[in-house]
Structures are given as structure tokens and as C-alpha cells.
Write a protein that binds this ligand. Structure first.
Ligand SMILES: [Fe+2]
Length: 169
């Protein structure tokens, strides 16, 4: 019994120098992990806590306007059935007041619910820029919903979900 114990300690363990190196490496790794973890957490949460610059949301809408809550009603697009150049159309409008060269809607369009663009119009930057666009009704799917969208040069991308049956499709 005594001999077995002695053999275990004599041959089973690593030399002292190697054990010390391993222990030292473990301490260094733990210190690094402890030192880095607050930094990693703060990076991950910088958009949520307000400590750093806000990262724009992919989409804004009425009820999901976060930092743009005060201006949501001027940016969320609306859609209704219309006629343009004699053809059945959808007009997508943005109720932005006083649009000008410094603050205007760059793009207006329609996307499917997965975010694929079905139609888009780029608006010219000018003194009195347009805040609406017409789209051929044939570009819409036969059923379900779409998102009409408007991209403001200052205030990100705005969407409104619309049921195509409400547009007379
Ligand atoms: Fe804007």
C-alpha cells in the first residue's frame, strides 16, 4: 500500500517547474478573462445603455420610433389606391412638412414582408423635393401584406405595413 502511494507521487505527477508554469498560465488566463469581460459586456450593450452613439434600427415605424418618437408621424409613410397616367396605382406618401435640400426623403418604395424591394423611387435632392411616389398596382403581390417604406436623409428608414386588400388588389 505504501509502495503504491509512493509510486503514484513519484511518477504520476509532473515536475515542480512544469506545474508552476501551468499554474502561472492559468492565473494569467483568468486575469485576462476577468479584465476583458466588463469591456466585452460594455461593447455589446453600448447601443442599449446610451453610453455610446446609438446604432440606427433597421426600420422605424409608428410605435417603434425609439429616438425619433417626436417625429414619427412626419416620417411614417402611408399608402392608398390611386390612378397615375391612366393606370391603377398605389401612391405612397410621407407627411413630412417643409422638406428641403437639407431634410428630405431620399427613397420611397414598397418591399415584401421579408424586406425584398418590390419597387423603389429615388427622390431628387432639391429645394422642394417630392414626398410621394406612384407605383403600378401590378407590382404588388396578390395577397398578404407589404411594407411601404421611406428613407429620410436625416432620420433613417421608415416602414408601414399595409394589407394589399386595403389597396384594392
Ligand atoms: Fe427626417
Amino acid at each position: 500500500m505504501k509502495k503504491t502511494k509512493s509510486t503514484h507521487f513519484g511518477y504520476g505527477r509532473k515536475p515542480i517547474a512544469e506545474r508552476s508554469r501551468a499554474k502561472f498560465a492559468k492565473i494569467i488566463l483568468m486575469s485576462l478573462a476577468m479584465g476583458l469581460s466588463p469591456w466585452l459586456v460594455s461593447c455589446k450593450d453600448s447601443n442599449q445603455t446610451g453610453d455610446g452613439p446609438l446604432i440606427p434600427q433597421k426600420e422605424y415605424s409608428i410605435g417603434n420610433a425609439r429616438e425619433w418618437t417626436e417625429i414619427e408621424k412626419e416620417h411614417a409613410p402611408t399608402a392608398k389606391r390611386s390612378v397615375h397616367e391612366g393606370k391603377p396605382s398605389v401612391i405612397v406618401e410621407v407627411p413630412l412638412k417643409n422638406a428641403d435640400q437639407g431634410h428630405y426623403i431620399e427613397k420611397i418604395g414598397i418591399m415584401d414582408m421579408q424586406g425584398k424591394e418590390l419597387a423603389v423611387t429615388t427622390i431628387k435632392r432639391e429645394r422642394n423635393p417630392l414626398t410621394y411616389a406612384y407605383f403600378d398596382i401590378k407590382l404588388l403581390p396578390w395577397s398578404g401584406k407589404v411594407k411601404v417604406f421611406a428613407k429620410c436623409n436625416n432620420h433613417d428608414l421608415w416602414v408601414t405595413e399595409v394589407r394589399v386588400s386595403d389597396l384594392g388588389v
